[in-house]
Design a binder for this molecule. Structure first.
Ligand code: ATP
Length: 236
């Protein structure tokens, strides 16, 4: 069964049409990567899934339920969680407080999830009393992902987790995503400009160009396509 299905979705801001009839599917247990250049509409797609902005037309369903018009908090309660671009952690709150906020959506006892996130990211355990705003870029990304995991999501949405990070940290973040997928069956929808690593990680991928899907295939298929190599991998 399809876990997430966008069917011919349009969305935008005022006169800007950022998504022009996008159809994608994510199946349970998959890592799906959406690649696209700056302004292609990647963030808009993830935000539209969460209900803000609303789809102007088309249909979005999650685990068979139509969520196109559902309020954002109800969508989150169904089992989606997002680590947004720019991380959006709370800079004055401690690491621990930031993580506990992530559990509020789900309304369950946060203690086991906190232990789990600390096991996934030992660095966050070490830094649990430190204010979020004083963490390094890589640590902030770990916190953003950790916070999303606190709600025990079935579908994790990641918006450019590699943005602005050193190659070693990017590898560590992507390794963690792979491990969560393989060991726990976590389903992931990842949007990235870092096409090479993101497509290597993915079971399947889509290419988004100015609000439209232009290519789809397995990660390996897309990596082998000359158009992808030229546009997103510097022709190498
Ligand atoms: P990037 O990688 O640079 O973040 P993106 O692929 O995530 O790009 P979006 O942020 O989804 O792209 O933007 C898609 C289009 O919508 C762009 O033309 C952008 O200028 C426009 N846009 C995004 N947010 C808004 C907004 N709040 N108001 C008006 N236009 C917006």
């Amino acid at each position: 069964m399809t876990m997430l299905h966008l069917d011919n979705v349009t969305a935008g801001y005022g006169a800007v049409q950022a998504l022009k009839g996008v159809s994608i599917e994510v199946h349970p247990g998959e890592i799906v990567t959406l690649i696209g250049a700056n302004g292609a509409g990647k963030s808009t797609l993830l935000m539209t899934l969460c209900g803000d902005p609303r789809a102007r037309s088309g249909r979005i369903s999650f685990e068979g339920r139509d969520i196109t018009q559902m309020p954002t908090h109800e969508i989150m309660q169904l089992g989606l969680a997002q680590a947004p671009e720019g991380r959006r952690i709370f800079p004055r709150m401690t690491v621990r407080e930031n993580l506990l906020i992530g559990a509020q959506v789900a309304g369950h006892d946060p203690a086991p999830e906190l232990e789990r996130v600390f096991a996934i990211f030992p660095r966050l355990h070490e830094r649990q009393a430190q204010r979020g705003g004083t963490l390094s870029g890589g640590e902030q990304q770990m916190l953003a992902i950790g916070r999303a995991l606190m709600s025990r999501p079935r579908l994790l949405l990641l918006d450019e987790p590699s943005l602005g990070l050193a190659p070693l940290i990017v590898r560590m973040i992507f390794d963690t995503i792979r491990r969560l997928n393989q060991e726990e069956g976590l389903t992931v929808l990842l949007v990235e400009q870092n096409a090479n690593q993101a497509l290597r990680l993915a079971h399947r991928g889509y290419v988004l160009v100015t609000g439209q899907i232009t290519m789809a295939g397995t990660g390996a298929e897309l990596l082998a396509r000359p158009e992808v190599r030229e546009a997103y991998l510097g022709g190498h």
